[in-house]
Design a binder for this molecule. Structure first.
Ligand SMILES: [Fe+2]
Length: 292
């Protein structure tokens, strides 16, 4: 029997889930139901949640193993699996979280420059600015369907080359201020992923072409790739496939980076912000997996 009620926010791409996490946290049937909902609707929003950090981690781990960041400066002092984004400061003047400024962030998918991207993401808004900071997700199933047939044929089955240095150049102001960490990231080897992913459960195809990291396409000359890539990027961010979300205190947002991209509006810096984030590895048997 179905226990979880949802309502569409943008077709079946983004849905609001009408339950509290606490109601389903220890209910294996409900978690299974939520997993199959997520396989169809890669953006899910829970409103007005009240979660301890340990509960957020436990909820996350139903979907995949949590990553632990090496960055102590933005890590929760209570749960190593959680990082903070915040404008708040500790009493000694240090920023509580990875404070990266209020500038807008352009379309991207997380970790595309990694050889094995952890595509699951949860973001919990404990304290959210009133103005700005809206988050947008773009449906990459719709992006694939929107591509002209000749472009589909050209990229289907091909690998893309994804490089961190491109993102660093584009998002320089927002990315790592720490020189040592930046140099380590810039020396990461390129990652190669299929540009078209097939969901193992639903069979649906989606485009996987992050404008902030994709630099080359297997088998295409540099000039041919330079012609094709803007077509992919335009389809990826097409407004018809976009859900825009005004974040409120207590929102828990979860999305699958394998089949979505996201961006964020500019954000006020003079209003308190504390958002908590987990990143986790979704299995290739249950979700679209970008690794080649
Ligand atoms: Fe992101």
């Amino acid at each position: 029997m179905q226990k979880i009620r949802t309502s569409p926010l943008h077709s079946d791409f983004a849905v609001e889930v009408h339950t509290t996490v606490m109601d389903i946290l220890d209910d294996p049937d409900a978690i299974e139901e939520l997993k199959s909902l997520w396989q169809k609707s890669p953006v899910m929003i829970f409103r007005r949640q009240s979660l301890e950090e340990s509960e957020l981690v436990r909820f996350t781990e139903h979907f995949g193993p949590c990553e632990t960041t090496g960055r102590k400066d933005i890590q929760s002092p209570y749960q190593e699996q959680i990082i903070y984004f915040s404008t708040l400061k500790y009493a000694d003047g240090r920023f509580v979280g990875g404070f990266a400024g209020g500038d807008d962030v352009d379309w991207h998918s997380d970790q595309t420059y990694q050889v094995r991207p952890a595509t699951g993401a949860m973001l919990y808004g404990t304290e959210v600015p009133h103005d700005g900071g809206d988050i947008y997700w773009a449906d990459q199933y719709a992006a694939w369907e929107r591509l002209p047939k000749d472009i589909q044929a050209l990229i289907d089955g091909k690998l893309g080359t994804f490089r961190y240095a491109k993102r660093y150049e584009i998002l320089n102001a927002l990315e790592l201020k720490d020189k040592e960490k930046a140099n380590a990231m810039l020396s990461l080897p390129d990652a190669r992923h299929n540009l078209v992913l097939t969901h193992p459960r639903t069979g649906r195809k989606s485009l996987y072409a992050d404008p902030t990291t994709l630099v080359a396409i297997e088998g295409l000359s540099a000039s041919e790739a330079a012609r094709v890539m803007p077509i992919l990027f335009e389809a990826g961010g097409d407004p018809s496939g976009v859900y825009r979300h005004k974040v409120h205190n207590g929102d828990l947002l979860m999305w699958d980076n394998g089949v979505t991209m996201h961006r964020r509006d500019e954000m006020r810096l003079d209003q308190p912000r504390l958002m908590k984030r987990t990143t986790f590895r979704l299995s290739a048997g249950e979700y679209s997996a970008p690794q080649a």
